[in-house]
Design a protein around this ligand. Sequence first.
Ligand code: ZN
Ligand code: ZN
Length: 305
Amino acid sequence: MRHRPLVPKPGSAEHSGPPPHPKPTLLPSCNGALTLGSMIVQVLGCSGSIAAGCRTTSFLLDDDVLVDAGTGVGDMPLDALARVDHILLSHSHLDHVLSIGLLADSVMRERNVATRGPIQVHALPETLAALRTHIFNGVIWPDFTRLPSAEQPMLALVPIAVGDVLEIGGKRIEVLGAVHTVPAVGYAVDAGSAGWWVYTGDTGPNPALWARLASMRVAHLVIETAFRDDERQLARISRHLCPAALGHELQQLAGSIDVHITHIKPGERATVMAEIAQLGSPHKIRALEIGDVMRLERGLEFARA
Ligand SMILES: [Zn+2]
Ligand SMILES: [Zn+2]
């Protein structure tokens, strides 16, 4: 299901107009409260690399949680950037973490005035260690876990583990395993009666994922296909999927699910999607685009503590 985006597509007429004000429809739940509304997932970036019109991986959940922080984050208006309280990272690769430091720099003044506290960056311990060592080291970028002051920093690094169920921004989010060249995860976000929004992260073949999804009602699956079939050897050694490998993976997913392909390299989209069309999969498969919005209608639910 696609809706009008909260953040305009880059280069659109809306982009230069007044900044939009996303209206979160998810009411905060408390013990035994009724929760009404929907969860909105907006695609900020879904490309395997950069080129005009291509942005690397980032999804905005409602208006306060980013899943990965690729170059797509740079298209958000400043006031929307300042509302981001959480970043969930899939792994340490540059195309997924590149905007964290720039985001921290951009929103520092506004968040300090509003005393919003640090942005929580949730990731595997190995991913957080990589950020400390290779990005927030004072050489590539200042250490925003100690700036503007050690007492009130802009970023807080929060370790997670596969299997954890996080309560973030009023959402229940499970950490899924991924199989990549560095420690990596995916995420499943619980939208109650609407089902789960699932993001695989960067991954090669991943039997544990399908075992876990077998007991979830998946509403949307965002899965990578980084390479075309004639680059299958490259896909194999870099722990990514090509269309043939995707077909094998999707055979392990029951039903007919909305499947969204992400992380295609710039210029490869037509070829990759033509190869995917040849799979004859029972799932509803389409290529993700910048500005796509997935709305998961939750309806009336009884939220338990
Ligand atoms: Zn990667
Ligand atoms: Zn990637």
